[in-house]
Design a protein. Structure first.
Length: 194
């Protein structure tokens, strides 16, 4: 298989990039717990933008050709727009989920390393293009930079099916996050390979 061409997304790519993310997460257990019905999910692009869209301005939003796969990384000192993300959840998520949903977010913050690290907020592949190694290629691309800088990488896996991919790239499980009816979220850390 040919190696995919990976480029850095620009602001003009944002809508297509977020559309790919929306397709990629259509069956994600955690995301669909927050947005269980089709209509609320299809209108959840603002949540994905608040959580990962800032990677574009940080120069660390990576895409493959035709934006069939996307990885949104934050460098040390940067991160999601938490205020905008929380506001969106408060406006759209069912009250029965919201309390436990905020507990999940708080626990994510507790697991997030205090030392400088790269944070993978979102990685996804359009389902039509899954199984072609695009996610792995995006992961290798970004982790090369982490290793060159001697910095760890951190993520939370919202889908148990993806844990093996992350482990193949050197991530280790730090624990599990689960409250009430929420699915399990797995925080994972990878030390830099120097």
């Amino acid at each position: 298989m040919n190696q995919p061409i990976i480029t850095t997304a620009q602001e003009q790519d944002k809508q297509q990039l977020l559309s790919t993310v929306l397709l990629a997460f259509a069956s994600d257990p955690m995301v669909r717990w927050y947005f269980p019905d089709a209509v609320s999910y299809l209108y959840s692009i603002p949540a994905f933008d608040a959580f990962g869209g800032g990677a574009i301005n940080a120069g660390s939003a990576y895409i493959t050709e035709q934006m069939s796969a996307v990885a949104l990384w934050y460098p040390p000192g940067a991160g999601p727009d938490e205020d905008r993300f929380v506001d969106y959840l408060q406006q759209t998520v069912d009250e029965a989920v919201l309390g436990d949903g905020f507990r999940v977010l708080e626990a994510m913050g507790e697991y997030h390393p205090e030392e400088p690290c790269w944070y993978l907020s979102v990685i996804g592949v359009d389902p039509v293009h899954q199984g072609r190694g695009l996610g792995a290629a995006l992961m290798k691309h970004a982790l090369k930079r982490c290793d060159e800088e001697g910095l760890p990488a951190y993520l939370e896996s919202s889908n148990p099916r993806n844990i093996a991919l992350y482990e193949r790239h050197g991530f280790g499980r730090m624990g599990e996050i689960q409250f009430g009816s929420s699915p399990v979220l797995t925080p994972m850390l990878r030390v830099a390979k120097v």
